[in-house]
Design a protein around this ligand. Structure first.
Ligand code: SAH
Length: 393
């Protein structure tokens, strides 16, 4: 087998890698050999030439994502072994059962497969590559996925995740099998999931546990689900016997998905209404005290470091509106899914918003992502979802 191209690090830049952090930043590299192309497997060595590991090379600030440490080449069965491990860990979580058939199977670095995301919906695996290296391995990954119990088709969706500068041909297609018309079930609730046209893999599985918590608070409440997308929180609130549930999203497509999911579970239950409108506009115009349970689950306001300041301002403004309007005795579920916004920063933004409103606010729960979105302990950046459940007097 041919030797891999060697990426040598600058002196003193090995430290995070020796602690198994899987990213090599471009500034840490002493020299990139001429024969390396984006997406290639490379061997990373220290400044003195000792082997660190093997990873995928990429042009950008993160230059190598390390797949295995302490090896000179990628084991031939790397994907089948890692996927089998990912599956085994999920079995411990008990997520594939009679009343639940969707889960995240691969959470990138969290499953020691940097650059790869796989969500399972029934017998379909929906796969996204975030790095050119994973893109080139897509067929090998699909075939390893098909060896897992119950997986009959693999849909690859890379148009929104591949770095656009890499100039790759994004592929959105079934690599194996075809659409089988299956409906996803989460905790006994049904969801039409459109991985062909929807955002990400079609559903935000990462809010599963938080939706279940919301259900416990919903009884008798008037619920406002902001940024509802597929209506996940709304469907749980309905089952939790909310008095009324209003879903808001600026996208008409998202509202159609929400309506369809409500209908799938509750037919034409008049407790639910939906509004295709801007969240800030809706909050600005709504009557004070109209709702006593509000969910704020916006898209990432800060998608990269450069957007941090404005992102935090966005979270503050959004939450300030909710504090201003929520009925006394109300409960606010508020989230941030921006990876660059830390837990502390988010909490500070919400704190500032609360202080502005002058209301008495208590933290009931501090939420995060569920166990099928594990955080690699050596890669704290993998902890991206932050949430607070607040009681507002
Ligand atoms: N809460 C959802 C996920 C939200 S994704 C769930 O549990 O699945 C973010 C959603 O916010 C998207 O559907 C997007 O259409 C919507 N959105 C983005 N900007 C918005 C705005 N200014 N007002 C209302 N909705 C917005």
């Amino acid at each position: 087998m041919k030797e891999l191209p060697i990426i040598q690090l600058k002196r003193g830049k090995e430290e995070s890698l020796l602690r198994f952090h899987p990213w090599v930043f471009s500034g840490a590299i002493a020299r990139v050999p001429d024969n390396v192309e984006e997406g290639d497997l490379v061997k990373v060595v220290s400044s003195t030439g000792e082997t660190i590991g093997v990873g995928h090379y990429q042009i950008g600030s993160i230059a190598v994502r390390v797949l295995v440490f302490g090896a000179d080449r990628l084991p031939e069965d790397y994907f089948s072994r890692r996927l089998a491990e990912a599956w085994r860990m999920r079995q411990t979580l008990g997520l594939m059962r009679e009343d639940n058939n969707c889960m995240r199977l691969v959470h990138g670095e969290g499953d020691f497969m940097p650059g790869l995301v796989v969500d399972i919906y029934g017998s379909t695996a929906v796969m996204q590559a975030h790095s050119p290296g994973m893109h080139f391995c897509r067929n090998e990954i699909a075939s390893a996925l098909s060896e897992l119990p119950g997986i009959r088709s693999v849909y690859y969706k890379s148009d929104t995740t591949l770095p656009y500068k890499a100039n790759l041909d994004p592929v959105n297609a079934y690599l194996l099998g075809s659409y089988d018309g299956s409906v996803a079930m989460e905790n006994g609730l049904l969801f039409n999931i459109d991985w062909l046209r929807g955002q990400k893999t079609g559903f935000f599985i990462d809010q599963r546990d938080n939706r279940a918590l919301l259900e416990r608070y919903a009884k008798g409440r008037e619920v406002l689900n902001m940024f509802c997308y597929t209506g996940g929180f709304s469907v749980y609130a309905m089952r939790g016997q909310a008095k009324r549930v209003d879903s808001v999203d600026s996208s008409a497509k998202a509202i159609a998905l929400t309506d369809a999911n409500i209908a799938l579970n509750f037919a034409d239950d008049p407790r639910h209404r939906s509004f295709a409108t801007d969240a800030f506009k809706f909050l600005g115009e709504m009557e004070k005290g109209a709702y006593d349970l509000i969910i704020l689950d916006p898209p990432a306001f800060a998608k990269h470091r450069g957007a941090l300041k404005n992102g935090l301002l966005g979270y503050r403004k959004l939450n300030a509106k909710a504090f201003e309007k929520i009925r006394p005795g109300g409960i606010l579920f508020t989230f941030s899914c921006s990876q660059v916004v830390s837990r502390d920063m988010f909490r500070m933004a919400v704190f500032t918003a609360a202080a502005q409103s002058g209301r008495k606010v208590r933290i009931l729960h501090q939420l995060t992502q569920p166990a099928d979105h594990p955080v690699n302990i050596y890669h704290p950046e993998g902890e991206y979802l932050k949430g607070l459940v607040l009681y507002v007097e």
